[in-house]
Design a protein around this ligand. Structure first.
Ligand code: ZN
Ligand code: ZN
Length: 351
């Protein structure tokens, strides 16, 4: 089969590799129908994730059709079309029992980390994928959800919802600011309204992206290169700051912006993937009763979000900016990697 193989920092190739085979009785083999590229894949290609070793097939999102099932799999059959979660969960360990699938203690990949596809085991940017712990990790593609929409349920919609909106404790009436309107920031915006936020303020350096965020549910937008950006945000509150500030970039500067605009007793939810140390000024913050949260997605709301996509309460199609055939995946990486120029959000890759 063909797959997108990481060859070391800055290098990748779409090349022939052996077909995956069942290794554990709980595995299935899936023929990928749709896959996509994540910002995390770009971090890996920069060499920021040293656990990913050369030879690894990248990708942790997508929808596929089961072609083979392991001997212990009874709840899935050949021909089932399934959403692959970016998190693999054994279903039996202490963390899985709590719904904290992100820290599954199963031995696949490495015990204690549920993100293994395209990281510690071969991933979804391939014609076929071995899926471990299949019965407790995949979701049947529901009626009314297209495979393309399903691929957005693998990671970005649950990440925005769980780590941004739920950890941020967004509730009815809240004023929410989302700093960073890339695909995951937009997923926060698209799901914050589910909890009755009174305002959702999109904050980004790019005025086009701020404008675009309104299609996803932002009620207001602030361009963060404006000298008075903070005053603009505060003017959209009662003057005391936002109830919830959600960081969806992954830079010290954008995290500091969230601390700047949150009101006392508010919440800061960090969604961004940070590569550099971030200063936490506790000497100023301790007195403000602010809570700060962060995390790796569990995808334990994937099923709920799928229902909302099926009922058009979340317009998942808005996230798709470009579509490619699988043989064009190198072009898809090029377009996705130059998102500022190409205006790429999610690039969908169809088999
Ligand atoms: Zn991802
Ligand atoms: Zn587990």
């Amino acid at each position: 089969m063909k797959a997108l193989v990481y060859k070391g920092p800055g290098q990748k190739s779409w090349e022939d590799v052996p077909d995956p085979v069942i290794l554990q009785p709980t595995d299935v083999i899936v023929k990928m129908d749709v896959t996509t590229i994540c910002g995390t894949d770009l971090h890996i290609l920069k060499g920021d994730v040293p656990a990913v070793t050369p030879g690894r097939i990248l990708g942790h999102e997508g929808v596929g059709t089961i072609t083979e099932v392991g001997s212990a799999v009874t709840g899935l059959t050949v021909g089932d079309q399934v959403i692959l979660s970016c998190i693999s969960a054994c279903g039996h360990c202490d963390f899985c029992k709590q719904g904290v699938f992100s820290h599954c203690l199963g031995a696949e990949g490495a015990s204690g980390i549920g993100w293994i596809f395209g990281h510690l085991i071969d991933g979804t940017q391939a014609e076929f994928v071995r899926v471990p712990y299949a019965e407790t990790s995949v979701y049947l593609l529901p009626a009314g959800v297209t495979p393309e929409q399903g691929a957005l349920l693998s990671d970005i919609l649950p990440t925005g919802h769980e780590i941004g909106v739920k950890y941020g404790q967004v509730k009815a009436g809240d004023v929410v600011a989302v700093v960073g309107t890339g695909p995951v920031g937009l997923a926060v915006i698209a799901t914050a309204g589910l909890y009755g936020a009174s305002r959702i303020i999109a904050v980004d350096i790019d005025s086009n992206r701020v404008e675009q965020a309104k299609k996803f549910g932002a009620t207001d937008g602030v361009v963060s290169t404006d000298a008075d950006w903070k005053d603009q945000v505060l003017a959209l509150t009662d003057g005391l700051g936002v109830d919830v500030a959600i960081e969806a970039v992954g830079l010290p500067e954008t995290f500091a912006m969230c601390l700047d605009i949150v009101r006392p007793a508010g919440h800061v939810a960090n969604v961004g993937v940070h590569g550099r140390p971030v200063e936490l000024p506790l000497q100023n913050l301790w007195i403000s009763n602010v809570s700060i949260s962060m995390g790796l997605v569990n995808t334990n709301t994937l099923g709920t979000l799928a229902k909302l996509v099926a009922q058009k309460k979340i317009d998942a199609d808005l996230f798709v900016s470009h579509t490619f055939a699988m043989g064009e995946i190198m072009d898809a990486y090029d377009v996705f990697g130059r998102a500022a120029e190409t205006k790429a959000l999610k690039v969908i890759i169809n088999a």
